[in-house]
Design a protein around this ligand. Structure first.
Ligand SMILES: [Zn+2]
Length: 186
């Protein structure tokens, strides 16, 4: 567990527990690293059966197509940072590690959150939608902690574009990666 954290864990109005600033946090500051056991997607599927859960309550974060971090095991306080559609933090993946950064100055007592933006597979059921409903209560709440549909379509289009480009050239070029949690779909 980390010491001298900029936040502490308390009960949250959003969901269960949350992370609250105990000192001013400056825009751009690295708040904490999201850590936990590094497992494969197959192992994550084996551990968590979405169909038996009414609400998502796992601490999975996708690092790459191969690796998922499960903060239930060997995790730190970062796993209590809630989702919000109007977040004051963001997650970034760098060299296989995940870091949470402040998007703006944050005052003492404010709850920290970032946009989970779970990747959609495109075939989410009504049950999935219910499981991933957002209750952040912000003015621009999109109603889901999964990525916006526009983002899903943009990502799919981008994947198709890359595939086409890869067919044209043997060297597909650099792949940029966004820090996104994993969509667990039943
Ligand atoms: Zn929301």
């Amino acid at each position: 567990m980390s010491t001298d954290l900029a936040f502490e864990i308390r009960d949250s109005g959003i969901a269960g527990k949350g992370a609250f600033a105990i000192r001013p946090i400056a825009k751009g500051e690295r708040v904490i690293e999201y850590v936990g056991e590094r497992i494969t997607h197959q192992e994550a599927d084996r551990r968590y059966d979405d169909d038996s859960m009414d609400e998502h309550h796992t601490f999975l974060f996708t690092v790459s197509s191969r690796t998922v971090i499960d903060a239930t095991s060997q995790g730190n306080e970062s796993r209590y940072i809630n989702h919000s559609c109007e977040p004051n933090c963001e997650s970034e993946i760098a060299r296989g590690r995940i870091f949470i950064f402040a998007l703006r100055d944050i005052a003492v007592g404010e709850e920290l959150h970032y946009d989970y933006a779970y990747q959609r597979s495109g075939d989410e059921t009504a049950k999935d939608e219910a499981q991933y409903r957002c209750r952040c209560g912000t003015r621009t709440c999109r109603g889901s902690i999964m990525e916006a549909m526009e983002e899903f379509h943009r990502r799919r289009k981008e994947a198709q574009r890359k595939k086409a480009a890869a067919r044209r050239s043997a060297a597909p070029g650099g792949v940029t990666q966004r820090a996104e949690r994993r969509t667990v779909s039943g």
